[in-house]
Design a protein. Structure first.
Ligand code: ARG
Length: 588
């Protein structure tokens, strides 16, 4: 059966057996992993669900279905337990053969009947000139994984970073540069014809300047007014301010590309809030003509209340004429629907922005901007420090992304030394491996928590080589690579023979969980399910490795089969790591 998972295939087999026994029904017939592996590998509980409709006991149904199932060559044993549970154990031949089928085209089998969609995914969302923090880390890591998962399932996905590059922070910086260097051509009167190609400030200057000027503006209304004025002039098109802003944007993007590159996060579009600027007036004009805009205390709003839920209106133009976060987001939806033909737009953003997205989404529906487009806020929780409060530096400042990465890499290097891992590599290779382990630890830790939960940043736990961690995943994948390198003959999956031990069966059955896990992760936009599967596979492999002595096996055919199983496992671990956005080293 093409594009069916093993469980779906078993369910179809079970249905045909129910039919043949005279129990013809529209009700779902399901086959599940066994709750009691000592009784069978799978179980079917459908006899219990059907008893009422057929006015008989579940046991009587199961007793009739059982012998029919038992005749199928794919099935080695069937039994009825308790009130009518049907326990199923596969033939070893069929288990091996279906494992090869899954490995041949996992994307087709995981995708199943899925219809491809045009999706835009909005994640990362860094703000120009402000250093990224742990919230941006979550958005980037979860967004990147979802992008890969959606593509794997066959969707046509465009990843847009949606930078914050147009707000008051830009005005603050312009104001600050002017205060420090009023002689620069950007502030001259009259303005020159053209401006220097080189930025007058570096990214380090900006990173230093921003917290200082923003703190001063908060304290001092005059400075804040000056920053607002600079923002307004920038947005109105002041050529000097635009030129300076372009420098800020360019140097920030260069720095962001380095940060995201280190995390293996990439985008198709590097658009920002500023790109919406010219699209906002025509959108507002249309909304006004169509009667969607209402004046409220001098501001322009779209009411988004539903069923008396008192949701505040979506504010689009402030009384002073300024646009807001919601204005840009509404306009961005308009562009994504019109130009990119998005059928689904996904926002991977902190759950604390939930109200904002509810307002914007309702606004987009009420105004007819996105009539048929699905809009999803894929929210995530907070990263806390050991004290259970949002993660901060010792001094109480925001923890920067780069510091977090450095923390994880240092700890990974320490753990590797302790466990004597990668110590025989030369120094450069060892450092590179520590970098990969540290980043895998960080990403896996973030992804393995259910995204809506808060979690504590515990770098010690994240970097251990034992347990539900990125390093454990890498360690097992690298161990397989090493076995395959040392094997007397190259491994080939087709040499897989029917399993002979429980450890092999259990590993193959674990590999077969992939399609259901991938579909679950996709349906709920929950990458932690992929982490669970990677962990289960790594653990089942560890057990198999302990039980089956691969390299010392003297029977060539048997050894080839064990090597084939190693290769199948490695392929699935690589697939899952790829979906998580985690890279596996060659050695360690
Ligand atoms: N720049 C925003 C922040 O740092 C996140 C942007 C999220 N995306 C969006 N379309 N609103 O909070």
């Amino acid at each position: 059966m093409p594009n069916h998972s093993l469980k779906q295939e078993l369910a179809a087999m079970a249905r045909s057996a129910f039919n043949a026994a005279g129990f013809i029904t529209d009700q779902p017939i399901e086959v599940l992993d066994s709750q009691r592996p000592e009784l069978g590998q799978f179980q079917c509980n459908s006899a219990l669900a059907l008893a009422k409709a057929f006015k008989t006991s579940p046991r009587a149904i199961a007793d009739k279905v059982c012998p029919i199932l038992a005749e199928k060559p794919q099935i080695a044993a069937v039994s009825v337990a308790g009130p009518g549970f049907i326990n199923i154990t596969l033939s070893d031949d069929f288990l091996a053969q279906s494992s090869l089928e899954l490995a041949k085209d996992p994307a087709a089998i995981c995708g199943g009947e899925h219809h491809s969609q045009k999706v835009v995914i909005d994640y990362g969302g860094p703000n120009v000139a402000k250093p990224m923090h742990v919230g941006h880390l979550r958005s980037s890591v979860i967004g990147e994984s979802l992008k890969r998962l959606l593509r794997f399932m066959g969707d046509d996905v465009t990843a847009d970073i949606h930078m914050g590059d147009w707000g008051t922070q830009m005005g603050m910086l312009i104001y600050e540069v002017k205060r420090l260097h009023s002689d620069l051509p950007y502030f001259a009167d009259p303005l020159p014809e053209s401006f220097p190609a080189e930025s007058p400030v570096t990214i380090d200057d900006l990173n230093k300047m921003y917290p200082e000027v923003s703190a001063r503006c908060k304290e001092n209304p005059e400075e804040m007014a000056a920053a607002h004025e600079a923002t307004a002039k920038l947005q109105a098109g002041h050529p000097g301010y635009r030129a300076l802003w372009q420098h800020f944007r360019d140097i920030s993007i260069a720095a962001l590309k380095a940060d995201f590159g280190a995390l293996d996060v990439s985008f198709d579009l590097w658009n920002g809030e500023s790109d919406e600027h010219e699209h906002i007036p025509p959108m507002l004009k249309k909304l006004k003509e169509e009667g969607h805009l209402i004046e409220s205390d001098g501001a322009l709003v779209v009411p988004v209340e539903e069923n008396g839920d008192n949701l505040p209106p979506l504010l689009l133009v402030k009384s002073d004429g300024a646009y807001l976060y919601g204005t840009t987001d509404l306009s961005t939806i308009n562009e994504r629907v019109q130009k990119l033909r998005a059928e689904d737009i996904i926002y991977v953003v902190d759950k604390r922005q939930a109200l904002h997205f509810t307002q914007v989404f309702r606004g987009a529906k009420k105004t007819g901007i996105a009539p048929d487009t699905k809009l999803e806020h894929i929210a995530f929780g907070t990263v806390n420090g050991p004290d259970g409060k949002p993660f901060k530096t010792r001094a109480g400042g925001v923890m920067k992304l780069q510091d977090l990465i450095a923390l994880a890499i240092n700890e990974a290097a320490k753990k590797m030394a302790e466990a004597n891992i990668a110590q025989e590599l030369d120094e450069a290779a060892r450092e590179e491996t520590a970098r990969m382990v540290g980043i895998a630890a960080l990403k896996f830790a973030d992804l393995s928590h259910y995204r809506l939960s808060d979690y504590s940043f515990d770098v010690d736990k994240f970097t251990t080589f034992e347990g539900h961690t990125g390093p454990y995943l890498l360690y097992n994948a690298v161990r397989i690579k090493s076995i395959l390198r040392r094997s007397p003959r190259p491994a080939a999956v087709e040499k897989l023979l029917p399993p002979q031990t429980e450890a092999e069966r259990s590993l193959l059955l674990t590999l077969h969980h992939l399609p259901e896990k991938v579909r679950e992760a996709y349906a709920g936009r929950v990458p932690h399910i992929l982490c669970d599967q990677a962990y289960d596979v790594a653990k089942a492999f560890s057990h198999f490795y302990k039980e089956c002595h691969i390299l010392s096996e003297s029977d060539e055919k048997r050894q080839d089969s064990l090597l084939a199983l190693c290769l199948l496992t490695l392929k699935q671990l690589e697939l899952l790591a790829g979906l998580l956005g985690i890279k596996i080293p060659e050695r360690m």
